[in-house]
Design a protein around this ligand. Sequence first.
Ligand code: PMP
Length: 383
Amino acid sequence: MSVYLDYNASAPIDNRVLEVMVEVYKNEYGNADSRTHDFGEGARKVVEIARKQVATLLGVDSGEVFFTSGATESNNIAILGLKKYADITGKKHVITTSIEHKAVLETIKSLKDDGFEVDIVNPDVSGRFNADQITSLVREDTLLVSVMHANNENGVIQPVKEIGDFLSEKGIFFHVDATQTCGKLVPELRELKYTMLSLSAHKLSGPQGIGALILRKKRYKLPPVKNIMYGGQQEHGIRPGTTPVALVAGLGKACELASSEYNSSWNNYKEIKMSILTILEQTGLDYVINGDQKYCMPNTLNISIKGVESEALMLSSKQYCGISNGSACTSSDYSPSYVLAAMGLDIERISEAIRISWGAKSDKDEVVEGFKRLLEVARGLVL
Ligand code: PMP
């Protein structure tokens, strides 16, 4: 049996989440915006309970939670939704980093065609950038800073706290893509100062196809983010379209579980990482870890094994474990990882890089077994 070790791409749904969703599909099939009958009323209640569960996980107000189809859409709304405000104020300078998910990078790059100026900051070889690299670029006309909390490929946690503290004083919009940390870095996110935050249910054992954009109010007012799609008033008009009630309920339940279980989840992540690092040290293989482990998520490990091409390793070890060599969203093109390239790693090391990521409920023994098999395969592939 093959062990699933690609949780950063998508985590399997928690059974308790699935049970809630099945109940909703069976019993709450009304349209949450129907006002003329109890079926609509029942669905609306389910949605509002879920909104509260998301809000509680993040320590925000329910009125600051807007459901979307996932982090890609949340990122698009957060960034493109500010265009009208930028036109009115003339603030058209945006700062981001070269290691963002494409849902941020490509969206911000598209702003250039509309006369925006964009600064893109690089990390160093550790996979991390300094808060100063961002804050020193802030200008009078800076509209937005968009930075991810932890990177999906190497798990490196970025200095969002320092950036958030600085920007909140300056009154500059700060968007955090917290897709890989929501439900994991729970106290950190509750204390973080930001204007907008993106999250996705399927990274925290919820269903695929649902996420949220958090918009923080300032003096009771939401940031001036406008809808980028048209056709309805759902989610205060910010995200039109019939609310997928069961998916929303699934996200809510996943957030509730993350709120109550994040300590034990964290311990499991850490124990698994310690075990596989110990095995790695004893293997005799020549390897290098990509991303500074001092700042790394405990559920992610990115390594390059010398002389072993990642494509060959992934294919040859398929029967033992499911791993990846980067983001699933860019896996259709075979160009080297832009995240590892931005860190200044050489092309050989990038072509040897594999990402292993596990979950809160991953079984340590199973992961260890799969990982040992992976290393055996790697040993046979060394050039
Ligand atoms: N941002 C980050 C950091 C991610 O890891 C991902 C998923 N790979 C996304 C955004 C996109 O999320 P979704 O699949 O929900 O659109």
